[in-house]
Structures are given as C-alpha cells and as structure tokens.
Ligand binder design. Structure first.
Ligand code: BGC
Length: 287
C-alpha cells in the first residue's frame, strides 16, 4: 500500500470554541525559541495563524528568522525576531525584557530550541554532554523561569485567556525511549519531562499551565539523515506504526491546542505526537 506523507500540511489549524473569543489565540503574545527552522518555525506560524503575535527567537540564522517574521506579518500578526542563546542567562533575561517592552507581555512560551551532538558513549566528550544539557535542559529552565515571573506579575486577564500563562516544552519520544549513541540528548529530554511536571505542580495554583509535546520523527534539519534517502525512510518506518514521517505542522496544531483555552484543564502532561513510535513497534508482528 502506498501511503501519502504530505496530507497533513493541508489540514487547518485548530479553531474550537473556547471561553476567549475566536481566533483562539487572539490578543496573545507567544515566544518560540529556536523558531527560525524546523519544529520551531512550524509552531511559530501555527500560533500566528491562530491569532497570536509571535517572538521568533534564534541563535544563528538571522535571515531565516526574518523570513519567519515576514510570514507572520503575512498572516496579519506581529512578529519580532530576537537573537539569544537560550543557555545564556543574561541573553534570556534581555530577550524577555525586550519582548515585553515591545509587545506588552508574554502569554505563551514554547520552549523549543534544542540540538543533538551524537557520539558513541565512550567517545562522548564533556563538551558534547555539557552543550546538549545547557541548551536542551538549562535553556528550557531559564526561559520557563522568566515566563513564570511575567505570568505571575500580570495574572489572569479573563477576556484574553482563562490562564495567566501557558508553557509548552518541546520534549521528545526520547524522554521515555532510551537512545544508544545519543545519551546526552536522551538525558536532556528525560530531564525536561520531570522539570515540566515539577514546574506544572508548583505554578498550577497561579493558573499557569505547563505541558510538553513529545515529537517522534519529524521532517526537520535535526534528523535529515533519517528521512532523506528512500532506504533511510524505509528503515525509519519500521519504528513508526502509522507509516509516515511527521511534519512540523503536526506539532504546530498540537501546540496551538495546548496553548488555547480548549486545553484549560490540561497541565503537567506530555502529549506524544509520534505516529505510534512509543507503542513498542517491535511488537507489531507478534511477541
Ligand atoms: C530526534 C530525532 C529523531 C526522533 C525520533 C527526536 O527527538 O531529535 O533526531 O529522529 O526523536 O527518534
């Protein structure tokens, strides 16, 4: 059977009825880290289509970030590109100061920036370990902390959203699936899972919701080797019961829902968006 891998990009972004006025994220400001490419870019565009103004954070790649800002403007929303390395505390604080000064507040943080530095374990350098943990885990901590400070300062505006703020961490199926050759990456995502849940527990009384999306294999630059040739793609499909690769739009729609009031009672949850990768695909044909 020939299966289409592109059908999802045409699906609309979620627009379900909520206690705030449609479009679902109207009047809200989102900050998406690492939004110049891949999943971050897909999420930034989905949030803009749902009515949010969007801060497009990037570390390198200013032109790509500016082109995402141009697409946000084409959707009728305000975009603002801000350069910052999320693992640098001063840069993160400065980014939030500027975003709040220029756009008024932050309602939604999407903690997306992340990287891989793969290596067989015994050859993994301390620099490879530290860099991955610094960006993937410490970076999410620093951005979440600045967001919570702003959410608590501002409080709930019921005409805008039922919640004072929403944080969506971009984790991975590798928060639960061990990954040989990627020990630093899997450790960082396992850390994101319990960091997310612990923050969620702590800030829920302030009407701040904290959740993760945990993507499987999504067609982005981070994993080009896994999908760019037919052989690699066929190999990858052995790990995906749904038999197609994910697209950034799949993640964009889920993040939009988690950020919206339609998900107002959802906090502390990891939403796996993986075509079934976490369903033990080795058991598809028996056990
Ligand atoms: C990784 C990708 C990988 C996917 C599924 C993601 O978190 O960044 O490189 O293809 O998990 O294994």
């Amino acid at each position: 059977m020939k299966l289409d891998s592109t059908c999802t990009s045409a699906l609309p972004v979620v627009t379900m009825p909520t206690c705030s006025t449609p479009p679902v994220l109207a009047g809200q400001v989102a900050l998406v880290t690492g939004a110049n490419s891949g999943i971050g870019k897909g999420v930034a565009l989905a949030l803009a289509q749902a009515g949010a103004d969007v801060v497009v954070n990037y570390r390198d790649g200013r032109e790509a970030a500016e082109s995402v800002v141009a697409s946000i403007a084409a959707a009728g929303r305000r975009g603002l590109a801000i350069q910052a390395d999320v693992s640098d505390e001063r840069a993160v604080v400065a980014m939030f100061d500027r975003a709040i000064r220029e756009l008024g507040t932050i309602d939604i943080l999407v903690n997306n920036a992340g990287l891989q530095m793969d290596s067989p374990f015994e050859r993994m350098t301390l620099a490879q370990w530290n860099t991955v943990l610094a960006v993937n885990l410490t970076g999410q901590f620093l951005c979440a902390r600045e967001s919570v400070r702003e959410f608590k300062r501002r409080g709930v505006r019921p005409e805008i959203s039922c919640a004072a703020g929403k944080i969506i961490c971009v984790s991975s199926v590798h928060e639960v699936i061990p990954w040989a050759g990627h020990v630093n990456y899997a450790a960082s995502k396992g850390g994101v899972m319990l960091m997310m849940k612990s923050i969620a527990q702590e800030v829920a009384p302030y009407r701040i919701r904290v959740n993760s999306v945990s993507p499987g294999a999504i067609r982005t630059p981070i994993n080009t080797a896994a999908w760019s040739t037919q052989d690699a793609y066929d190999d990858l499909m052995r790990l995906v019961p749904y038999k197609r690769i994910g697209e950034p739009e799949d993640i964009g729609r889920a993040v939009t829902w988690l950020a919206s009031d339609a998900a107002d009672y959802v906090t502390g949850t990891s939403l796996y968006i993986d075509g079934g990768m976490t369903l033990y695909p080795g058991f598809e044909t028996g056990g």
